[in-house]
Design a protein around this ligand. Sequence first.
Ligand code: TEU
Ligand code: CA
Length: 545
Amino acid sequence: MSNFKDKVVYQIYPKSFKDSNNDGIGDLKGITSKLDYLKLLGIDYIWITPFFISPQNDNGYDITDYYHIDPIYGTMDDLDELIKEADNRNIGLMFDMVFNHTSTTHEWFQKALNGEQKYKNYYFFKKPVNGGMPTNWESKFGGPVWEYVEKFDEYYLHLFDKTQADLNWENPEVRAELAKILNFWIDKGVKGFRFDVINLISKNAFEDDNQGIGKKFYTDGNKVNQYLNELNNITFGKYNDMITVGEMSATTIENCVNYTYPGNHELDMTFNFHHLKVDYQNKEKWTVMDFDFQELKELFNNWQVGMQIGHGWNALFWNCHDQPRSLSRFGNDTKCHDESAKMLATAIHMQRGTPYIYQGEEIGMTNNYFTDIHQYRDVESINYYHILKNQGTNENDIHKILQAKSRDNARSPMQWNKDGGFSENTPWMEMNPNHTKINVENNLNNPNSIFHYYQNLIQLRKKYKVISEGSYIPMEKDHPYIYAYKRQYRGDELIVINNFYDVDTSIEIEYINDYKILTSNYDNHQLNKHLSIRPYETIVLYKSE
Ligand code: TEU
Ligand code: CA
């Protein structure tokens, strides 16, 4: 466990970050070439999504070989150089460990298909039940979770794509193999791990789900804490400078406290996604709806307070490679582009937890608004295009849904300059045409840019312990436009005020003259007890005893 409270993590989706050899696909050398940019931003860690050998059906979350780099991303020498150059800049690398499943092209699965019992036991092969599938569960990417293998007259389990077979963690040999992979990368100089859907690894029972799609039988399962504690003890937990984060699907506060309570020796922090479902109509992702602001505030307040009471720790984020761009979703990506980007950044970075910045967020990248299915690359988006089509949804409505919800909104290439600057070749996915204006170069040249605002937020975290260590107290719970909270630490206090709407509004602040402004996305403030707040305004007030 390292001190991760005053750290900031930057997430890189390597395929779309920077292409060094002009084949249209981002790569490791591309990342190395941009380390100075990341150093300038001020981040401490880079989480890189998987670049291991993979058929790329799910862009690398389907791994064939956890020890080798996919040639599209470079070589082991390129990786060694990246680790060394990052280390020279005091930046640690976090690798993404996809341990719930492997690709069906993995040697273990291939041996299983050849009938080797040892390897069949690495996965879940089950006999048909009443002549059909073992359970009625549905895959996260649509369709059933069971794939039939004729020669065994058995099905194997895949919670995600049918080329991503779930590993059987009950089998101690599987756990030993996974620990070996972690230790291999630790020896290479890796400083942390992000664990993919790690709360799905313990399957409680294989029964039909009469109310849902099967989640309750494998989410936060009975043995997940035991498995994580075991991994911790024999791998990263032996070092005092490792940072770990678990991606938790459909989890609870109570479970995330257990995963991150320091005395449990499991993980440093967890991602949860509840705040990113407030624009799901009837809990259904593939719908279009304005976000429910009151629900968003309630979720933030409950998670912030709940994790604090339990001494757990949150990973703070709006964006990742699985989510549409927050600026298009919770802000205003046209008229109030810069203001709302800065407001959203503040709302998250001042919370109790460790902030994660997803590539392009720091320059205000937006959704892509694709209009043709051929512009999409993501397996989930393409599957749901067909599912919605089969349900009779018209083409136009399907596009509106994908424009709002597709993961590809986050996966278009990084916008380095007015010409793109990602690659000299046609990129694997189209670049957003707004790169002519929204790009790194413009951000670096403008002292008031979103980039410089993020840079300042990171510097403030390093300077003020109340940001990294303070307690969290909700404010203005019922305000229709404002999300506000206090942070307190040993006589220091912050008041963080965020207007989520394109409206003028106000709030009352007692003893406002005791405070100074730490940061804001507007200037010319009049600090009155009755504080006027402009559209998408954010203000952080600070006082010290
Ligand atoms: O994602 C887990 C997950 O359940 C969701 O985020 C999912 O991708 C989608 O949003 C459901 O609507 C992780 C990875 O981050 C993702 O990229 C992988 O596709 C997935 O696991 C499988 O490994
Ligand atoms: Ca390349």
